[in-house]
Design a protein around this ligand. Structure first.
Ligand code: GLN
Length: 282
């Protein structure tokens, strides 16, 4: 087992995979259907398992995202189904979800909108952690929304308050107009990567383009998103938007320049990089 894992990790490292040992362990655990911690107490791997492991390693070496190979992505308390067509949720988005849940404390049945929901990570985490919340997840990409719906059904079946999944473009001036001025919280992990920026192959080849690219400065979609958020939010309602490492001052400036928000603040992720901007609707 140790040799098998060591060789697998070396193979992945040679292919430029960033965390080769962890990925090798998670793929083997996936094939064996055991928790990763159990791997080292297992001795033998049946030939059929070794074969399936090899096939997954080859795909991982070809830079298919780990989460597409296991079909799962952990996010806070949830495990979401992911695969081709949907953006893989990232750990750095977890703090934005945490911030959102804290803002909702004490509000009985808050109205929440997640713009560009993808796998549903933000919307479904909020529904899970604040059971009274009435959450709407908006997704524009017809491929991605299949995953939003799938995960929403899975969470509702598991007992969480159902989340409404709505097809729509976060920059559309008539999106969810029946909610104008009533929403307590808008969150979004929008497409914000500047066009032409270098991203890892896992991202460039497997995350949907609509979830990534945000125009020349990466803020093109955010400009429309701010207009939508300002329209939906009630006075005192909160906004939280994830952004790129380099947008820690440009995004807050954009929110201030809009004029409809106060208390504009930027927050770092666990690695200390600027990661999301929050504000209050005036
Ligand atoms: N953070 C993502 C990445 O690393 C980009 C996410 C986005 O544009 N919303 O590629």
């Amino acid at each position: 087992m140790r040799t098998l894992l060591a060789e697998a990790a070396r193979h992945l490292a040679e292919s430029g995979v960033e965390s080769p040992r962890v990925d090798a362990e998670l793929l083997l655990a996936h094939v064996l259907a055991v928790p990763r911690a159990r791997l080292l107490v297992l001795d033998d791997v049946p030939a059929e398992v070794a074969e399936r492991f090899d096939a997954l390693l080859a795909q991982r070496a070809d830079r298919v995202p780990l989460q597409h190979l296991t079909g799962r992505a952990p996010f806070r308390y949830l495990e979401l189904a992911v695969g081709p067509g949907v953006f893989v949720p990232r750990p750095e988005t977890e703090q934005l979800a945490g911030w959102a849940v804290e803002r909702l404390a004490g509000i009985d049945a808050p109205l929440v909108v997640d713009l560009g929901s993808g796998s549903g990570a933000l919307a479904l985490s909020i529904a899970h952690e604040h059971p009274g919340a009435r959450v709407t997840a908006v997704e524009h990409d017809p491929g991605a929304i299949e995953w939003t719906r799938h995960n929403a059904v899975a969470r509702a079946t598991a007992g969480d308050t159902p989340v409404a999944v709505v097809p729509g473009d976060m920059t559309d001036p008539s999106l969810l107009s029946q909610l104008d001025g009533t929403v307590d919280l808008v969150v979004s992990n929008p497409p914000y990567v500047p066009d032409g920026a270098r991203v890892p192959r896992e991202v460039a080849d497997h995350d949907p383009p609509l979830a990534l690219w945000g125009g020349p400065d990466g803020l093109e979609v955010v400009r429309g998103l701010l207009i939508t958020a300002a329209r939906l939010l009630r006075t005192g309602g909160r906004l939280g938007i994830e952004h790129a490492d380099q947008q820690g001052s440009s995004l807050p400036s954009l929110v201030r320049a809009h004029g409809g928000f106060s208390d504009v603040e930027d927050h770092p992720d666990l690695a200390g990089r600027p990661r999301f901007t929050t504000a209050r609707r005036v």
